[in-house]
Unconditional design. Sequence first.
Length: 134
Amino acid sequence: DDEDFDLVLEPNQYTWFCMKLSNEGYNTATIYVFNGTDGNLAARDCTLKTISYSIDDPQDILSFGFPLDMTAEELFANAGEPDDIYNYVSDADPSYYSDTYSYTQESEHYYADCEFEFEFVKDELYRIDITYMP
């Protein structure tokens, strides 16, 4: 709802919204906004902090500067080696595995980092988290 964006955030406070990306299926992105000012600010006027998107169904609302069908090898070829790698294999179902690759850059003003995180499940890009901290 548009009214949600009128929520007033205090300095250094953040909130999140779930954005539906298609009328079919459960295709959403989670958007986090952050008030990095010294005063109160409506959420609609805050800085976009994070976009978290799980690639479920085709949609044409949200786009990125990279293909959503890229492989991990294509990611490395274009972005270099990641700063951090997390590998997961399910104990209950060893055929389920995921690899998460993170690229980080230190924030100039905050303790949190700027980060691109790519999660591949069974070698297919599944989730993207992009976090910006000024």
